[in-house]
Design a protein around this ligand. Structure first.
Ligand code: ADP
Ligand code: MG
Length: 729
């Protein structure tokens, strides 16, 4: 029996339709997190205070205090049955990494004790040689270490009956270069904090800290585990490289916001509970547009914690799904022909005085503050749209961007009709006679129109990659499998830089004797004019927009290898270096790593395609070809005239044609790969993998396979079909 048939037969086995017992969320929330409340209970006053100030980033923790904190953490963890600890980090592979050590240790005299000291909390040396470093370690230093990041709380990971204390860390090489997603993210947050506080102080002297906030919306597919296992392409590359579209796709739009299938519902409640224990504040769950596609979203948090929570969530979802005989697909485009998955990054900035800097205010003065941050964001996106594009580039996201259901590869900003009008007015009104009219401008009347504005901006434009949605911007081009850190690091940094320049520009005018508010309005106007071309309110999926964007001179890089070029321009190096986020060495290394990831991904897909063709598709097709041949021979033999087997002949001809062309294409693709593999320059190789392997062969091969899928006897087809993966639950 083929894996496909047994998967279909077994689908109803071991179904958990009930899920976990219903419990109050507040009772679970943060149960497995070393929250400040728990720190208070398990730490001395001195250790607690020290931890608090290091969370705020103001103080380094010394070794004696670290010992106390470590001991307190261990005590708490042991009350929960924890035996091991690990430094948990986010290497550039895109997953998370951990290396477990036990508390258990033997003293010199042979006594066995449990111990966790400050040194083990603060620093650890994983064997870094197998993590990607983009050549940094080859040139500099072979090893790296993980260092505790107190701004993200420690937590306990439960896997089966195992319990591990996880210490969030950053990952750095001995020569000081960062090797993970988290370290530059923290630096970008610091850069943004600095510039944003200075600008916010124009309006309110009491602001002393600005934190960027992130609320991600995670889209994903769920399919049966048996079906998953019967698709080697899903197992190895995360997406189906073949599969004919089912007779029914998403055209009926009956899945979106429909009732959640029972089995998936049980899974959702289960992973939500696990997430609550880890302090992940999940809030919403629903079906998405495509069949078998779903979404969840939390309450927003400060970016660094939100990033950890998203990474953790992906891990938790993967693990919990297996308990339910399901598999989660986080790939951006697991199935052709239906929607792919994204991870909308809702982003804003909030002050320690409790103000959301992207929320329109209630008074003219707070409106001016809102306008300042709003227009600076637009300017930042305008000036650095190439970097934002690079920050979301990956082999898997290439299948989604611009595929008519996702934002295009062109970065533009949607702000809604109302704010478009406001910006237009400022452009026109502020002139030489600005002084006499400043009252009018400061009374922009935003506050009276807030309901209108919110209505205007919530969900009006789903086709924009970067949309203002009432009190935050939503970066929608981020891929569903991506670590949000990459996009957030870039966004924070370009914003930090733009605000820094804004402050300089305003100060110049103030020094010339201009009134503060007037100076601000002048610079705002200048920025609006300068970033005009990035604003777009129309349909981002349309062909007209591609043409219009080209006329405006907006970049439209559809493939990752070229999009990544933006990371290593002089402009990028200056930006990241001057804001102390990434050095040019780090940027070059990261560029190299992203290119390598791209190459490997395309290579894996190409290999699995070749393998599936030769060992699955062609044997099944040839078998059916033989059945037809024998049938025709038989009919001929018993003396029937040709018209009685004309149909069989026709099908046979078609099948034979597809088989021939398919084997030919597979051979040629292997040759093309060999040519690429011999290339030594990483960028050239990545471009070649795109233009000489992927572009000419992937769709062409798929076309033949999908035709064969329709022609070949269903009972002989080895791979689960789209209708089975997407609709049977
Ligand atoms: P939708 O975009 O689906 O209409 P919401 O606007 O309610 O839904 O929120 C979507 C996401 O945006 C949620 O994760 C929410 O927590 C987040 N969000 C709301 N306000 C902010 C903010 N100020 N900063 C960052 N994220 C936010
Ligand atoms: Mg949204």
């Amino acid at each position: 029996m083929s894996l496909r048939v047994s998967a279909i037969n077994n689908i109803s086995q071991g179904k958990d339709l009930k899920g976990p017992a219903s419990a109050k969320i507040t009772a679970l929330f943060g149960e497995n997190v070393f929250t400040l409340q728990k720190a208070r209970a398990f730490l001395s006053d001195e250790a607690y205070k020290s931890l608090l100030s290091s969370i705020k980033g103001s103080k380094k923790i010394d070794r004696t205090v670290a010992n106390q904190i470590a001991a307190g953490m261990r005590q708490w963890a042991e009350t929960k049955g924890v035996t091991h600890y690990t430094h948990w980090f986010q290497p550039l592979t895109g997953t998370t990494a951990e290396k477990h050590d036990s508390f258990f240790t033997l003293k010199g005299d042979g006594t066995a004790i449990e111990e966790f000291d400050g040194a083990a909390l603060i620093q650890q040396e994983p064997d870094a040689s197998s993590f990607p470093s983009g050549g940094i370690r080859a040139t500099f230093e072979a090893r790296g270490y993980t260092a505790w990041d107190p701004s993200s709380p420690a937590f306990i990971m439960e896997i089966g009956n195992g319990r591990t204390l996880c210490i969030p860390t950053i990952f750095v090489s001995y020569t000081g270069e960062t090797l993970d997603y988290k370290a530059p993210l923290l630096k970008s947050l610091e850069a943004l904090n600095k510039s944003a506080v200075e600008v916010a102080n124009y309006f309110d002297k009491n602001v002393s800290r600005v934190a960027a906030t992130l609320g991600w919306e995670q889209e994903y597919f769920v399919i049966d585990e048996g079906m998953f296992n019967a698709r080697p392409d899903l197992v190895l590359s995360g997406r189906t490289v073949f599969g004919h579209a089912p007779a029914k796709g998403q055209q009926l739009e009956d899945h979106y916001f429909g009732s959640i299938p029972e089995r998936v519902y049980a899974f959702m409640r289960d992973f939500e509970n696990e997430s609550y224990k880890l302090g992940i504040p999940l809030r919403t769950r629903h079906n998405e547009v495509a069949p078998a596609q779903f979404e969840c979203a939390p309450i927003f948090e400060e970016v660094s914690v939100a990033v950890d929570h998203n990474t953790l969530l992906m891990d938790v979802m993967n693990r919990v799904a297996r308990r339910h005989g399901l598999r989660v697909l986080l790939h951006e485009k697991p199935f052709a022909g239906i929607n792919g998955s994204g991870k909308h990054n809702n982003w804003s900035m909030s002050t320690d005085t409790g103000v959301n800097l992207l929320a329109p205010g209630k008074t003219p003065k707070t409106n001016l503050m809102f306008l300042t941050f709003f227009v600076n964001t637009i300017k930042a996106v305008h000036d650095y749209s190439d970097l934002l594009r690079a920050s979301i580039a990956s082999a898997s996201n290439d299948y989604r961007l611009g595929a008519n259901e996702a934002p295009p590869a062109i970065i533009s900003v949607f702000i809604g009709q109302y704010l478009t009008k406001v910006l237009e007015e400022i452009k026109e009104r502020v002139g030489d006679k600005f002084d006499e009219q400043d009252e009018a401008i400061l009374k922009l009347d935003l506050h009276r129109s807030i309901p209108e504005l919110l209505l205007d901006n919530t969900d009006r434009n789903r086709t924009s990659p970067f949309a203002f949605t009432g009190n935050k911007f939503e970066f929608r081009a981020v891929g569903s499998s991506a670590n949000c850190a990459n996009a957030m690091t870039t966004l924070n940094t370009i914003m930090a830089d733009t605000l820094k320049k804004f402050k300089q520009d305003v100060d110049v005018l103030i020094e010339k004797g201009e009134k503060k508010e007037i100076a601000i309005m002048h610079v705002i106007r200048e920025y609006i004019v300068a970033s005009d071309k990035v604003l777009f309110e129309g349909d981002g999926y349309s062909e007209e927009w591609e043409k219009e964007a080209a006329r405006r001179g907006l970049p439209n890089l559809k493939t990752t290898p070229l999009a990544l070029d933006a990371m290593v321009t002089d402009k990028a190096k200056h930006l990241f270096e001057s804001n102390d986020v990434l050095s040019h060495v780090e940027l070059e290394a990261r560029h190299e790593i992203e290119l390598e990831k791209y190459i490997k991904n395309v290579q894996i897909e190409a290999r699995i395609m070749g393998e599936l063709c030769t060992s699955h598709v062609l044997p099944a097709s040839v078998k059916y070809q033989n059945i037809l041949i024998n049938n025709i021979k038989g009919l001929k033999e018993i003396g029937l005239k040709e018209s009685s087997y004309a149909n069989q002949l026709q099908i046979l001809e078609k099948i034979s044609e597809h088989i021939n062309i398919l084997s030919d294409l597979v051979e040629k693709m292997i040759e093309a790969r060999k040519v690429c593999n011999a290339m030594t320059d990483t960028r050239t190789k990545a471009i070649a993998y795109e233009s000489q392997v992927k572009a000419p062969f992937f769709d062409a091969i798929r076309y033949r396979v999908d035709k064969l899928e329709l022609l070949v006897d269903d009972s002989n087809w080895p791979l689960p079909k789209y209708r089975e993966m997407l609709f049977i639950r």
